[in-house]
Design a protein around this ligand. Sequence first.
Ligand code: ADP
Length: 300
Amino acid sequence: MIPALKIVNLNKKFANDVHALKAVDLQVESGEFFSILGPNGAGKSTLINIAAQVVKKSSGLVEVFGHSIDDFPQQAKLLLGYTPQEIALDSFFSVREVLINHSGYYGFSANLEWIDHLLEQLHLSTYANRNSKELSGGMKRRLTIAKALVHRPKLLILDEPTAGVDVSLRHSLWKFIRELHQSGTTIILTTHYIEEAQKLADRVAIIRDGEIIACDNTQQLLKLFGSRRFEFNLSKEIAMPDTLGPLTFSEDRLMVSGEYRSESAKSLFGWLSDNSHLVADVRIESEQLEDVFLKLTEKS
Ligand code: ADP
């Protein structure tokens, strides 16, 4: 199948000599929910702005569903919807007019039904005739998403869609994006909310200083780089076997913690069952993508 986005050896050097992207290779398959994670300044926006053709690349290949942005820029644009991080809305127009005008840029003139559907899905129907400058920050963000979808793109790229958005709106946006994905739209999401990537994405690329330093299925990344800790509350001090790894004891030696490693899990559980009457409480943390992210993006 033709990938939704194919990037080969992509480089971007800005006029100020910042090398924002260094030989980036990335492929997002059709139908995937993909996330790009990285600290501030890593190059996420530059990468997706190039795919959306709002920033010019220095060199490399970018294809949207097989259409190179050099040879078939219009076709590539039609297949892709994009919400930038900065919200820019024309404040002279009503919410519905903003969407009608934006449809016009793509050559769509009679898609009012679709526009009304988007307004409803994004809980904006009651504001359809209001001037867009009257909207709250969260509503403006939803309108930007509606704008990105007016031409029914097969690939939707969202740059930090939930930045600065309250918890309940974040959850309703997640629901909307999930449903869009289930109905067949390929989604690429940049975020610095690791929880968001872990919850939504099938695959994650981690970018640091303009380079992709890891790209894998979320579960695989957790398995490769994640770590878990265990903690036992003991009813009396007990001798611990070396196989449990380096251990940290509390001052009264009644609480012990260490790193839970899959290689030694068998000996850990064996020891636990042998000593269960002496162990008052057990806690094993679940692996978090945040740990992987911090481990990989920390500068040595
Ligand atoms: P992110 O989205 O991961 O926060 P960006 O892609 O915005 O990162 O930025 C990557 C690097 O490129 C940063 O060092 C940033 O300062 C630089 N940069 C971004 N846009 C420009 C620009 N228009 N001119 C010069 N440097 C830029």
